[in-house]
Write a protein that binds this ligand. Structure first.
Ligand SMILES: Nc1ncnc2c1ncn2[C@@H]1O[C@H](COP(=O)(O)OP(=O)(O)OP(=O)(O)O)[C@@H](O)[C@H]1O
Ligand SMILES: [Mg+2]
Length: 302
């Protein structure tokens, strides 16, 4: 289903996506506000089924964005840990605080100039004359920009978060965002923490990073929804798979299929951790390690 509403009376929402649940949330949020007229483009955002937990992460992010006026936030963590899902949920809760909200993925390695041009095109919609720089838009309006899948512009086989040579200009762009005065916020989402963010964060109070971890106890809701058995064993399952929602979704399906929903059966062999489709996801991370890191991981796994 494609939904496109370029002009809604109170809120100018421009959303084309296949996520009717989130769309509804966002529309409700927007129309409850009297004076806000947010323009939203989530056309490139994936459809995600966010359901459980993350209350404290959402609270932290809201505090950084709405109270501390943080300009640059990096959310990083393993693939499938729920970074994009969390961010989409966050957006649905803070829509009315912004004039513009846009989501873009760096999945297909766009050059910075391409991204900047797209942003400018989007941000100039309500102006009679375009402004020269992105930062001018960030100063004149409250913009929330999400840049997802940042790991694509980092090097393979090197230490984490090193930009590919032809994408080094992104680093300067992010520094400008953190160091210039404006009223907007950029959220970067990545598997790896960008190498330059550490220094930036120590020098600049408008830069924050969130290392996203597992769901903890809240992951039990995943098992509940799928009617898994042996609830006294659920905690063990959460610990074993680190509360990782992506992995737990995979493992829950496997337990349903292979063990008739009995968690006990899956945990019976203490020396074997069932991986199934998780293996392929882990390999994506292993491929990115430097030689030294790869040796350390191998040594630890022995
Ligand atoms: N809080 C949650 N409760 C239940 N399921 C969740 C939760 N967060 C994420 N998921 C599910 O886990 C899966 C992975 O989430 P998501 O795509 O957000 O991860 P990600 O960290 O963005 O991964 P990647 O880095 O590979 O893009 C999705 O199927 C999503 O629906
Ligand atoms: Mg993602």
């Amino acid at each position: 289903m494609i939904i496109s509403k370029p002009n809604i009376n109170k809120s100018r929402i421009n959303i084309c996506r296949e996520n009717s649940q989130s769309l509804e949330d966002i529309q409700n949020q927007s129309s409850s506000s009297q004076n806000q007229t947010p323009i939203i483009d989530l056309t490139k955002a994936p459809e995600l089924n966010y359901k459980y937990g993350r209350t404290s992460e959402i609270a932290t992010l809201k505090q950084w964005i709405l109270e501390n006026h943080t300009r640059l936030i990096t959310i990083y963590g393993l693939s499938g840990i729920g970074k994009t899902a969390l961010t989409l949920k966050l957006i649905s809760e803070i829509t009315t605080q912004f004039d513009y909200i846009i989501y873009r993925s760096l999945d297909n390695l766009p050059k910075l100039i391409t991204v900047k041009n797209e942003l400018k095109q989007f941000l100039c919609q309500s102006l009679s004359k375009p402004l020269p720089e992105i930062l001018d838009y960030f100063k004149s309006s409250r913009c929330l920009v999400i840049m997802d899948d940042l790991e694509n512009i980092f090097q393979f086989g090197n230490f984490a978060g090193q930009y590919l040579t032809e994408y080094k200009d992104y680093s300067k762009f992010f520094q400008q965002i953190a160091n210039s005065y404006h009223q907007s916020c950029v959220i970067l989402i990545s598997w790896e923490k960008p190498a330059d963010i550490e220094t930036l964060q120590s020098e600049n109070q408008h830069t924050k990073t969130l290392h996203l971890q597992g769901l903890g106890e809240d992951a039990k809701a995943i098992f509940q929804e799928k009617d898994l058995k042996d609830d006294e064993k659920w905690e063990e399952l959460i610990t074993l798979y680190q509360g990782h929602p992506g992995w737990l979704n995979i493992i829950t399906l496997a337990i349903k299929e292979l063990f008739n929903g009995q968690v006990y059966q899956c945990l019976i062999d203490e020396d074997e951790v069932f991986l199934g489709d998780i293996e392929a996801l882990l390999e994506n991370h292993l491929e990115r390690l430097s030689e030294l890191e790869y040796h350390v991981i191998n040594w630890l796994a022995r």
